[in-house]
Ligand binder design. Structure first.
Ligand code: 5GP
Ligand code: SF4
Ligand code: MG
Length: 460
């Protein structure tokens, strides 16, 4: 999911939140929502669909306020339904709160019990709503916004980057492992106002300047008085999701003070060193494989050429293709360039293989277009374990690398050679401490323990 927040009494916060969400669209395409606060009143609009489908000028003009909270949803817990769209708005002793969550909690069974015991009626099926009610519970017991929220954060286990709007200010929070990203930006001067966004691309689009990341186990409380920071967790550690780095986040977003484009290019260089192969051209699967393919070409000297063209207008396909189209291996999204491919030995690079369905179709399409050898290189290691922290990599039995060896996968994909980047390569190229990432989907080493009953839901 993508989350966004802004405290800016002098600006059109609904519009700025809209643009922020627009830049974070890649983080979730199921639903979008914006809540604004004007004093004690909350204005909320959310619906299924893309940001541009949900909002228009007239809807935004009905969202007045000084504080904005926004969300784009990609469902991991809770079904894909309108009631599950965010922000979640709940009543508290101190007024309403609006919460936008990115991540996934692993202790929802316990949390749900604690809430239901208190006769709280959960409206949705999401873990995010539970966090909102947990804050309401603590505030209801007499705590102020910040202390109440911190007490509620201590009850949550798993991944949560949150933006919490209240009538007096917004909070930006990361879980003690900082699994999902969240950054702080500034806008304007005299006084400086603050913006929160899942990624820096959400700041760029509104002309805000990147200030810094919210730290793991930190909450920033942004009010009329400015920005205050509290380190609420006794045991914070850096465990940023490495999948954000290799695939999920936008290539123009900054992580560790460089764009992910640069990191992904280095992954390609490393891949060329680890797994060279003789070929005529190299290209990436648009868009996610392109930076690594450029790096691979630079390091290996194999000519870079585009072999696949992506239709930029294919998003979520609401209209299902016909059976005939499906059987012929529809090329709605990616079409091979025959002139470039015919008679060539090609290297195709993608960021990851999850189920293997994309790769299988692509390889067939490349051969049909005339490629004489197809070598596949993947700029991350084999995905062998499901994610419980908010990236939907399916149940374990659906992960091709959980069931088959690299050689078996090579045969299934019908490629002449197949190589994945090493785990060390992926982490060393971050140029950060290699312990400061979650890489559980490649290793099964989960930084936050997964309860047995939750593990079973993904067949681990
Ligand atoms: P698959 O191997 O399952 O057919 O898909 C792999 C492709 O999907 C890669 O091109 C990668 O960019 C993309 N991908 C990687 N991880 C995920 C994920 O968690 N969810 C979705 N929807 N796509 C993913
Ligand atoms: Fe990211 Fe994988 Fe960890 Fe999930 S398990 S948070 S996808 S690195
Ligand atoms: Mg891709």
């Amino acid at each position: 999911c993508g989350v966004f927040g802004i405290y800016a009494p002098d600006e059109d916060v609904a519009k700025l939140t809209y643009f922020g969400l627009y830049a974070l669209q890649h983080r979730g395409q199921e639903s979008a929502g914006i809540a604004t606060f004007l004093g004690d009143t909350v204005h909320l609009y959310k619906d299924m669909g893309l940001v541009s489908q949900v909002f228009n000028e007239s809807v935004l003009s009905e969202l007045p306020g000084t504080i904005g909270v926004g969300h784009t949803r990609y469902s991991t817990t809770g079904s894909s339904r309108r009631v599950n769209a965010q922000p979640a708005v709940v009543d508290t002793r101190l007024g309403k709160l609006a919460l936008a969550h990115n991540g996934n909690l692993v202790n929802t069974v316990k949390l749900r019990d604690e809430l239901v015991k208190d006769s709280i009626n959960l409206v949705t099926t999401t873990d995010s709503e539970m966090i909102a009610y947990a804050i309401a519970q603590e505030v209801g017991a007499g705590l102020d916004w910040l202390d109440g929220a911190i007490k509620a954060f201590h009850r949550c286990e798993g991944a949560f980057s949150l933006v919490v709007g209240t009538p007096v200010g917004i909070m930006g929070v990361r879980d003690p492992n900082g699994i999902r990203p969240l950054v702080i930006g500034t806008i304007g001067s005299n006084p400086v106002r603050y913006v929160l966004s899942s990624e820096t691309c959400g700041l760029d689009i509104i002309g805000a300047d990147y200030l810094r990341d919210v730290e793991p186990g930190e909450v920033v409380w942004i009010t009329e008085a400015g920005l205050a920071s509290y380190h609420w967790s006794k045991k914070p550690q850096r465990k940023l999701c490495v999948f954000e780095m290799i695939y999920f986040a936008r290539p123009d977003s900054l992580m560790h003070n460089e764009t992910l484009y640069s990191y992904r290019m280095r992954l390609g260089r490393r891949l060329a060193i680890e797994s060279p192969v003789e070929a005529d051209i190299v290209f990436g699967v648009p868009d996610s494989g392109i930076p690594a393919a450029i790096g691979y070409s630079q390091e290996s000297g194999v000519k870079y050429a585009e072999g696949l063209i992506k239709n930029r207008y294919v998003g979520r396909t609401f209209i299902q293709p016909t059976q005939a189209m499906r059987e012929s291996g529809i090329k709605m999204k990616l079409n091979p360039l025959k002139d470039v491919l015919v008679g060539k030995r090609v290297i195709i690079i993608d960021d990851s293989i999850v189920r293997g369905t994309t790769s299988r179709k692509l390889v067939k399409a490349l051969r049909d277009a005339g490629a004489i050898e197809v070598h596949m290189r993947i700029s991350s290691p084999p995905v062998t374990h499901p994610c419980f922290y908010g990236i939907d990599t399916d149940t374990q039995d659906q992960l091709i690398a959980a069931r088959f060896s690299v050689e078996e996968i090579r045969k299934q994909l019908q490629v002449d050679s197949l190589a994945y980047l090493s785990w060390e390569g992926m982490l060393e190229e971050t140029q950060e401490d290699t312990n400061s990432f979650c890489s559980a989907c490649f290793t099964g080493d989960y930084p936050v323990a997964i309860p047995e009953q939750v593990k079973r839901t993904k067949l681990v």
